[in-house]
Design a protein around this ligand. Structure first.
Ligand SMILES: Nc1ncnc2c1ncn2[C@@H]1O[C@H](COP(=O)(O)OP(=O)(O)O)[C@@H](O)[C@H]1O
Ligand SMILES: O=P(O)(O)OC[C@H](O)CO
Length: 495
């Protein structure tokens, strides 16, 4: 039997998952690593931790599966996106910690870019809103703030990469400096229409182009992994940002198909085919995947707090011990109460993009307790998804592929939350058999590239439904509840 290894380097942990040629996950290993918070609003990772947990979980998964490293025929890498690393070309040493996608340190600079009228240029070229979320202003911050960095970069001594690029560099022993188009599309430096780094933007930020990686397809030749790691050299043949990998794993290959991943946050992507659709509703335009040199585009909505609201019930309020306890609490909630929780703990993402507002609870009575709060927390995720889907439907004039939403991620395990999602969006919600869609997506890219896994159409046919949630809420109740949510958001934004 031959295996494909998927490395999923996420925001809080790194995982390695082995898939067999029939696309079934056979073993996995996971390791968390420390989050570094040097100042309020700053979030960093030590690149050494990202590498150590990658190498560690790769070794562990091989051991657990009881296979030999030589049974692995291809490696895929999927990763937390936007997170920015700069390292020395010669020594391989990072010159600063990885600045994580959540980091807000460049908020003022982004505001000045918007005030100076650059927003349209960025939207046209990169498909993105000018926000600290993306890599370019983080890279500029490193070049501006680390002693001698810009001069070294000008002399060609420094390399930039998102986490995929850094791991490719480490895995190949410093031989390959490359990324894929989906990761490039999140840097706010990449022209998603022309398919190249934007000179105009690099000049604006004074970023030397030679420090940027080569941009490849998502299924491509990313070099050979060092021999000492698995006892033989293995090709790296698949790379995609984690949300794009989930879109692939969910087989959202036709225009109009969409998926939503519920982890800490929630990221919804709608396939728009070969056309990059410019959003009028503050969604992002991005590359869903690039195969055979041809990009397929998507509209993306990002919500910062989804499963994290359940973590807050557990770790902040301490009203549950396990995430799954939210379901029985929500089932017992008093239906006559209309408690609404707006989980703007770190501001609100799409389509509001307000980094300053903070969370709020509305409609509390003396009878409100853990049941009502648990219900409001699960409902908040459904309401936020409806915000995204409404924005997507307003932007997307193409075929709606029956309006079904495919879901995955840890929180999609909650039947109650998924039923509410179907009710409040008024559309069916499909949960697949394999919930490891991110790893599956990149494993397929890596396996398909070397001919060990089926072609795209065949892969799409293997997507299997575990359960469909159909909307059952009456239309007037749905409208009333959603109108209440919008009022609650307005009050939160206005507070
Ligand atoms: N049964 C459940 N009900 C509600 N939320 C859940 C449930 N199981 C997991 N979650 C939430 O899902 C999140 C974990 O999902 P995961 O996909 O592992 O996230 P990430 O990759 O972002 O760490 C946590 O925030 C957790 O609170
Ligand atoms: O690591 P995750 O799963 O939280 O995903 C992070 C996203 O890629 C950020 O854009």
């Amino acid at each position: 039997m031959k295996y494909v290894l998927a490395i999923d380097q996420g925001t809080t942990s790194t995982r390695a998952i082995l898939f067999d040629e029939a696309l079934a996950p056979v073993a996995s290993a996971q390791e968390e690593f420390p989050q570094v918070f040097p100042k309020s609003g700053w979030v960093e990772h030590d690149p050494a931790d990202l590498w150590a947990t990658t190498a560690g979980t790769c070794r562990e998964v091989v051991e657990r599966a009881g296979i030999r490293g030589t049974d692995i025929v291809s490696i895929g890498i999927t990763n937390q996106r936007e997170t920015t690393i700069v390292w020395h070309r010669g020594t391989g040493k990072p010159i600063y910690n990885a600045i994580v996608w959540q980091d807000r340190r460049t908020a003022d600079y982004c505001k000045s870019l918007r005030d100076d009228g650059h927003a349209d240029m960025f939207a046209d070229r990169t498909g993105l809103l000018v926000d600290p979320y993306f890599s370019s202003t983080k890279l500029k911050w490193i070049l501006d703030n680390i002693d001698g960095a810009r001069d070294m970069a000008r002399r060609g001594e420094l390399l930039f990469g998102t986490v995929d690029t850094y791991l490719i560099w480490k895995l190949t022993g410093g031989k390959v400096h490359a990324t894929d188009a989906t990761n490039a599309a999140r840097t706010m430096l990449y022209d998603i229409r022309k398919g190249c780094w934007s000179r105009t933007i690099c000049d604006l930020f004074d970023i030397p182009v030679q420090m940027l990686p080569e941009v490849k397809d998502s299924a491509d030749d990313f070099g050979m992994c060092r021999e000492d790691l698995f006892g033989q050299s293995i090709p790296i043949c698949g790379v995609a940002g984690d949300q794009q990998a989930a879109t692939i794993g969910q087989a959202c290959f036709s225009p109009g198909m969409m998926k939503s991943t519920y982890g800490t946050g929630c990221f919804a992507l709608l396939n728009t085919g070969d056309t990059p659709v410019r959003s009028n509703n503050r969604l992002l335009t991005t590359i869903a995947y690039q195969l055979d040199g041809k990009p397929t585009y998507a509209l993306e909505g990002s919500i910062f707090i989804a499963g994290a609201v359940v973590q807050w019930l557990r770790d902040g309020l301490k009203i549950i011990r396990e995430a799954s306890e939210t379901q029985p609490l929500a089932e017992q909630a008093d239906d006559t109460q209309s408690v609404i929780l707006v989980p703007a703990f770190t501001g609100l993402g799409a389509p509001y993009w307000n980094p300053e507002c903070r969370g709020a609870v509305f409609g509390l009575t003396r009878n409100s307790g853990p049941n009502e709060l648990a219900k409001a927390a699960l409902e908040s995720v459904g309401y936020q998804t409806r915000d995204l889907l409404d924005a997507m439907r307003a932007d997307w004039r193409g075929d709606d592929s029956s309006g079904v939403l495919r879901v995955d991620g840890g929180m999609s395990a909650s039947n109650w939350a998924m039923q509410f999602l179907a009710d409040i969006t008024g559309a069916p919600v499909d949960r697949p058999e394999v919930l490891e869609t991110t790893a599956l997506g990149v494993a397929w890219l890596a396996g398909m590239k070397i001919g060990a896994m089926p072609a795209q159409d065949e892969f799409a046919k293997q997507w299997a439904l575990q359960r469909q949630f159909k909307p059952t809420m009456a239309e007037d109740a749905r409208s009333q509840k959603y109108a209440d949510w919008r009022r609650a958001v307005d009050c939160t934004l206005g507070y």
